[in-house]
Design a protein around this ligand. Structure first.
Ligand code: GLY
Length: 304
C-alpha cells in the first residue's frame, strides 16, 4: 500500500517573469486533476490526466504551445510507461499532433511496438481514431514570437528545450511515468528528444520507482537520466539527492557554448518524492493524500 501521490513538472529552463504565475498555476491544476484521476482510475489515468491538461495549456512546450522546428513546423514527442507489467508506448517526430500522450498510450495498449515515429505514428493514430491533428491545435502567438526572434538572431535557441511530465503512484503501489514535448526550438526535421525514450525521458519499474526528465534531450539521453536517478536512489541517496546528482551530471554536457538544462521528478516504490533541476526554473507540483490531497506547487526546488 502507498499514499496516492502525483508529481508534475512543466519543464526545466528559464521562465519569463510574465509567465511565472501562470506556469505555477498550470502545474498545480495538472496535479489536482491528476490526483482526482488517481483516486478513480489509478496511476496511469492520473499521469495521463495531468499531461493532457498541460498539453492543452499554452504556457508549456507540449501540445498547444509547442515550439517550432527550424522550418517553422510542429513535430512532437511523447511517452508513457507503467510498472505493473513494464509496458510502454511512445511516439516521436509526429507532425501537428496536439495530444500525443493519447497516441503514446494507444501504442502501449496495442502492445506490438513501444515506439512509432513520424508518418507511421500518424497512420497508426488515424487508423484508430486517436489524436487531434492540425496546425491550429498547436500554434500560439508566443511560440511564433519565439520562433521569429530566434530565426532573426535576436535570441538564442540553444538550451531552449522543455517538456511536461508526471509520475504517479496509486494506493496499490503501481507506478506510471508520462511525458510530452514540442522538443527543442529550431530543431531539425526528424529530431527526436529524450521524452519518448525509455530510461532517458522516463522510466517506471516496481522495484525502482518512476521518473521523468525534462531539459535538453541530447544531454538527458547521453546520461540515461531517468533510469540513472532511480538507480541512484537504490544506492541509499534520498530521492531529492538522487535526482539532483543526476541533474548535475547532465548539466556538465555542453550544448553550443552553454550547459544543458535538466530537471527530474521521481517517486520511489514507497511513494517518496524526489524533485531537482539544474536550470534557473522548473515549475513543479505535488498532490498527495488518500482523500483531499495536500497540494504544493512552485517554480524552483531550492536545495535543503
Ligand atoms: N526534453 C525535451 C527534448 O529535448 O525534446
Amino acid at each position: 500500500m502507498a499514499v496516492p501521490t502525483i508529481v508534475v513538472h512543466g519543464g526545466a529552463g528559464r521562465v519569463a517573469a510574465a509567465n511565472q504565475e501562470t506556469a505555477v498555476a498550470g502545474v498545480r491544476e495538472a496535479a489536482r486533476r491528476g490526483h482526482e484521476a488517481l483516486r478513480r482510475g489509478g496511476c496511469e489515468a492520473a499521469a495521463i490526466a495531468a499531461v493532457r491538461w498541460l498539453e492543452d495549456a499554452e504556457t508549456f512546450n507540449a501540445g498547444r504551445g509547442a515550439c517550432m522546428t527550424e522550418d517553422g513546423r510542429f513535430e512532437v514527442d511523447a511517452g508513457i510507461m507503467r510498472s505493473r507489467d513494464l509496458r510502454s508506448g511512445a511516439v516521436a517526430a509526429v507532425r501537428d499532433l496536439a495530444d500525443p500522450i493519447l497516441v503514446a498510450q494507444a501504442v502501449m495498449e496495442h502492445g506490438r511496438h513501444c515506439l512509432l515515429v513520424g508518418e507511421g505514428a500518424e497512420a497508426f493514430a488515424r487508423a484508430r481514431g486517436v489524436g487531434r491533428f492540425g496546425r491550429d491545435g498547436l500554434w500560439t502567438a508566443k511560440a511564433q514570437a519565439r520562433y521569429d526572434e530566434a530565426t532573426a538572431g535576436r535570441s538564442g535557441a540553444v538550451g531552449q528545450a522543455d517538456t511536461v511530465g508526471a509520475v504517479a503512484i496509486d494506493a496499490d503501489g503501481h507506478l506510471c511515468a508520462a511525458g510530452s514535448t514540442g522538443g527543442v526550438l529550431l530543431k531539425a526535421h526528424g529530431r527526436v528528444g529524450d521524452s519518448p525514450l525509455l530510461g532517458a525521458g522516463l522510466y517506471a519499474h516496481p522495484a525502482l520507482g518512476a521518473a521523468c526528465a525534462t531539459g535538453v534531450g541530447e544531454a538527458i539521453m547521453t546520461h540515461v537520466a531517468s533510469y540513472a536517478a532511480l538507480l541512484a536512489a537504490t544506492r541509499g541517496l534520498a530521492p531529492d539527492e538522487a535526482a539532483a546528482e543526476v541533474c548535475a551530471r547532465v548539466a556538465t554536457f555542453e550544448v553550443g557554448a552553454e550547459r544543458a538544462t535538466c530537471g527530474i521528478i521521481m517517486l520511489t516504490p514507497r511513494g517518496e518524492v524526489g524533485i531537482a533541476h539544474a536550470s534557473p526554473h522548473m515549475s513543479w507540483a505535488v498532490a498527495r493524500g488518500e482523500g483531499e490531497p495536500d497540494l504544493r506547487a512552485a517554480l524552483r526546488r531550492d536545495p535543503g
